[in-house]
Design a protein around this ligand. Structure first.
Ligand code: ADP
Ligand code: MG
Length: 563
């Protein structure tokens, strides 16, 4: 079976293409959204999902979240006695999703189509594929998240020339993409975004307002109190989508803080964040050279796009209402399932989706002479511009700065800043120049070619002699090669993961331990419950365990609601 997977920063989902279209599979707790969190317990066993998220509170040093941000880097996370690279943490999430898909269907998962942000660099895409390999499945196709969202909205069935804008506001990232259907292929025309803007920032706004009104200082709260408060405010934030007001009741020691906020005030306090969302929206439209009236549809995805202020911003900027009838948490996963369906039916995916634009500007370092004739160096000369549709090949001619120069160093950079020092250096080419030539005689033609797999080929030709030099930038520092992947695959397979049928027990214990951290007054009560439930688990009587788990869950609900 081929599955479609949304491997999100905050949540991940899995599904496939069934007889009646895309279907998602619930995890062992019956939820479609699995938190992208990994934790390691005292026995060295791996825990993934909601239980791991609860353990962020009770065992912060043994738990990790938001590692999607580190994909493509060699950063390692130590959890207990294990060290994990970001692609290994992602592989653990993938394995848990695969187990859910297999439990739901009874079939074996062999392959997946995984969605990635449109701006993901080559290194980040390769790391995502490596995560698939580490999870033991084939990943032949990655699909850009906005393209997946558009497939969930049936864009591939629209008239040629249809243009979609996809607005994706997740937990910590904001992505805007403009897509166009061209001869039956969905192309990404422009993508822009803010990697540090998402639902969490709006939660910060509520937190600041709450603390100001209640005359609390955030620094004075214990980590436990802080976690508890954020949970309450998160509920309020979600309520504000459905109702015009939300209230929060939060007990700090003996004191009960009662608070109310209405949607209007929340929107007013969020004005700075709303303004920040305008920039990527304007940039994507400018890069795609489109006016708002030329868009056929505007699609909202990402959990945080449920905030009414998002629909208002979009309506104001584009003069119409956005589409949001597909559940915004699920749209990308559903689209990945559509892509999985196309692949399973042996339709060549690239007939429907052309996945790539070059996400960054690529260029070289140049020097200039100012009006006084002084040499100034460190300027960035773009050759391939951001958002060019790939494959793309462009050339420019450069000259050395001086006559009789004997060597030319061509440095290759990626980035958007006019000065190279603010961009990322990818590599360099040394070109020996024939002696005693003028600057013009030593002109060099520089060609950059960027292909669909994100490989950049740099060719330099000394025009006078025709001598050629080449640099191929495909090896990304910080990525695993195939031998290392095999080695780590073996190591990962030795790591114990709790069986799926124990997940509910693990999750309820993790929740009780989180509450133990957060609700000091209820500690002895919780300790008794935990000990009792553990003794029930020892009985190994499934029926008894199920019954007590239900009661335990109800008791925790009551505690959390009233404390
Ligand atoms: P990611 O793509 O980062 O994995 P998601 O698309 O799952 O993220 O979005 C997670 C964010 O959506 C969180 O910040 C969460 O608070 C927010 N969110 C979810 N539901 C709502 C809602 N009803 N109202 C406002 N925000 C919501
Ligand atoms: Mg997402």
């Amino acid at each position: 079976m081929i599955v479609g997977i949304d491997l999100g920063t905050t949540h991940s989902l899995v599904g496939t293409y069934g007889e009646n279209g895309p279907v998602l599979f619930p995890n062992a707790l019956g939820e479609y959204l699995t938190p992208s969190v990994v934790s390691v317990d005292e026995q060295g066993h791996v825990i993934v999902g909601q239980a791991a998220r609860d353990r962020m509170v009770s065992h912060p040093g043994a738990s990790v979240a938001t590692f999607k941000r580190w994909m493509g880097t060699p950063r390692e996370t130590v959890l207990g006695s294990h060290r994990f690279r970001p692609e290994e943490l992602s592989a653990l999430i993938l394995r848990s999703l695969i187990a859910d898909a297999e439990a739901a269907t009874g079939e074996t998962v062999t392959e997946a189509v995984i969605s990635v942000p449109a701006y993901f660099s080559d290194a980040q895409r390769k790391a995502t594929r490596a995560a698939g390999e580490l999870a033991g499945i084939r990943v032949e196709r990655l699909i850009n998240e906005p393209t997946a969202a558009a497939l969930a909205y049936g864009m591939q069935e629209k008239q040629d020339g249809a243009r979609f804008l996809v607005f994706d506001l997740g937990g910590g990232t904001f992505d805007v993409s403009v897509l166009e259907l061209f001869e039956g292929v969905v192309e990404v025309h422009a993508s822009a975004g803010d990697n540090f803007l998402g639902g969490e920032d709006f939660l910060d706004v509520l937190e600041t307002a709450f603390c100001a009104d209640q005359k609390l200082s955030l620094e004075a709260l214990t980590p436990q109190e802080h976690g508890q408060l954020r949970r309450r405010l998160e509920q309020a934030k979600c309520e504000l989508g459905a109702n015009s007001t939300a209230s929060v009741e939060w007990r700090q020691g003996e004191h009960i803080h009662g608070w109310q906020i209405d949607e209007e005030r929340f929107a007013r306090l969020s004005e700075t964040l709303v303004q920040r969302m305008r920039t990527p929206l304007e940039r994507a439209m400018r890069d795609a050279r489109l006016q708002p009236t030329q868009l056929d549809e505007i699609v909202l995805v990402g959990g945080a796009s449920r905030m009414p202020l998002v629909a208002r911003l979009v309506s104001r900027m584009f003069g119409r209402l956005p589409l949001r009838h597909v559940n915004p948490d699920q749209a990308i996963a559903l689209g990945a399932c559509v892509a999985a369906g196309l692949k399973a039916r042996d339709q060549r995916l690239d007939e429907v989706i052309l996945t790539d634009v070059c996400p960054y500007t690529l260029g070289t370092k140049v020097s200039r002479r100012d009006e006084k004739g002084n040499e100034q160096t460190g300027f960035f000369a773009p050759i391939i511009h951001r958002n060019s549709t790939v494959p793309v090949s462009r050339e420019e001619v450069f000259q050395p700065m001086r006559d009789h120069q004997t060597k030319l160093t061509l440095e290759v950079y990626q980035g958007e800043n006019p000065m190279v020092e603010r961009n990322i250096k990818l590599g360099q080419l040394e070109i020996p120049l024939p002696p005693k030539r003028s600057m013009a005689e030593n002109a060099v033609r520089l060609r950059f070619t960027y292909d669909i797999n994100g490989v950049l080929q740099v060719e330099a030709e000394l025009m006078a002699t025709g001598q050629r030099y080449e640099l191929v930038l495909e090896q990304n520092p910080g990525l695993l090669d195939s031998a290392e992947i095999r080695e780590r695959l073996a190591a990962l397979q030795d790591i114990k993961v709790h069986p799926r049928d124990k997940q509910e027990n693990i999750a309820i214990l993790a929740r009780a331990e989180r509450l133990y951290e957060e609700y000091v007054a209820a500690r002895s009560q919780l300790q008794q419950w935990i000990a009792y439930f553990r003794s029930i688990l020892d009985s190994q009587d499934d029926h008894l365990i199920r019954e007590h788990r239900r009661q335990f869950g109800e008791a925790l609900d009551t505690l959390e609601a009233s404390a």
